[in-house]
Design a protein around this ligand. Structure first.
Ligand code: ADP
Length: 269
C-alpha cells in the first residue's frame, strides 16, 4: 500500500500547482497560515497586507522553501487602493484563480462604548474589504471566463451574538450574507464562493480584542489552551476546496463552520 499512499500524498501536494492565489491579511494569523498552506500545495501566492513588512515576512518564509510568493501592500478598506492592487495583480501575474478575502480587525467593548469611528473602521475593513475584493477580482474572473473561487473569511460571531463584539459580529454576519448572495449569482459562471466561519482562533486579533482591557498574558494563556490554531483553519479551507465539498456544517467542537460552494473541477489538479 506504500505506492498508492505516496501517489495520493503527491497529488495533494500539487493540488493547486500553477494556480494563482491572492490572500489578504497574509501578514499574520489565518491569512499567513492560509498563504503558506496554498504555497505548500503548489500554488503561487500573492501575500497582501496593510503591513507590508508582515506580508514580506510571510512571502519570504514561503520562498525560502523554494515556493512561489510575492508580497504586496494594500489597504482593503480603500476602494482606490484595492483597484490599484487588483490591476497590478492582473497586469503582473494574471487573473487569480482563488482569492481569499481574509483581512480583518476587531474592536472589543459593549455597544455604548463603541465610537462612530470604531464602527466605521470595523465595517470598512471587514465588510467593505470583502466587497472590494469580490467586486474587483470577481469581475476579473468573469472577464477571463475560466472560472475561479472566492473564499471569504467570516467568523462564528456571524451566528452567535456577542455582547462585547457588536461591530465585529455585525460585519461578519454581513460577510456571510454577501457570500451567500454572491454564490447564487456566480453559480452559472464557474466561480465558486465559500465563506468560512472559524470560532475562537489563536491569533493577535483575538487576544488584542478580547483581552485588551484585562490581563494580556492571562488572555494569551487562555488562547493557547482553548483557541483553534490558524494552521487548522487553513487546512480546513484547503481540504474543503480539494474535496469539492458543497456545504459542511459547524463542526462538533463548535469551533468552525462553513458554507462552501462547489469548486469548479478544472481548478484542481
Ligand atoms: P486573524 O488571522 O484572526 O484574522 P490577525 O490580526 O492575526 O487576525 O490578522 C489580520 C491581518 O489583517 C493582519 O496581518 C493585519 O495587518 C491585516 N489587516 C488589518 N487591516 C487591514 C487592511 N485594512 N488591509 C489589509 N490588511 C489588513
Amino acid at each position: 500500500s506504500r505506492g498508492p499512499r505516496r501517489a495520493g500524498a503527491a497529488a495533494t501536494r500539487t493540488a493547486f500547482r500553477h494556480r494563482l492565489v491572492v490572500v489578504t491579511g497574509a501578514g499574520s494569523g489565518i491569512g499567513r497560515a492560509t498563504a503558506r498552506a496554498f504555497a505548500a500545495h503548489g500554488a503561487e501566492v500573492i501575500c497582501a497586507d496593510i503591513d507590508l513588512a508582515a506580508a514580506e515576512r510571510t512571502a519570504l518564509e514561503i520562498s525560502r522553501r523554494g515556493l512561489g510568493a510575492h508580497a504586496r501592500q494594500v489597504d482593503v478598506s480603500r476602494a482606490e487602493d484595492m483597484e490599484r492592487f487588483a490591476a497590478a495583480v492582473r497586469d503582473e501575474h494574471g487573473t487569480p484563480d482563488i482569492v481569499v478575502n481574509n483581512a480583518g480587525v476587531a474592536v472589543a467593548g459593549p455597544f455604548l462604548d463603541h465610537e462612530v469611528a470604531d464602527w466605521r473602521r470595523v465595517l470598512d475593513v471587514n465588510l467593505w474589504g470583502v466587497i472590494h475584493g469580490c467586486r474587483l477580482f470577481g469581475r476579473q474572473m468573469v472577464e477571463r471566463g475560466e472560472g475561479g473561487h472566492i473564499v471569504n473569511v467570516a467568523s462564528l460571531a456571524a451566528f452567535a451574538p456577542s455582547r462585547l463584539l457588536p461591530a465585529y459580529s455585525t460585519s461578519k454576519a454581513a460577510v456571510k450574507m454577501l457570500s451567500d448572495c454572491l454564490r447564487a449569482e456566480f453559480a452559472g459562471r464557474g466561480i465558486g464562493v465559500s465563506v468560512i466561519c472559524p470560532g475562537f482562533v489563536s491569533t493577535p486579533i483575538a487576544s488584542n480584542a478580547i483581552y485588551r482591557e484585562t490581563d494580556r498574558s492571562l488572555g494569551e494563556k487562555a488562547l493557547r489552551r482553548r483557541g483553534y490554531p490558524p494552521e487548522r483553519v487553513a487546512a480546513h479551507i484547503l481540504r474543503a476546496l480539494h474535496r469539492n465539498t458543497a456545504v459542511v456544517p459547524v463542526n462538533a467542537e463548535g469551533k468552525i463552520g462553513y458554507a462552501l460552494s462547489r469548486i469548479s473541477p478544472g481548478l484542481l489538479r
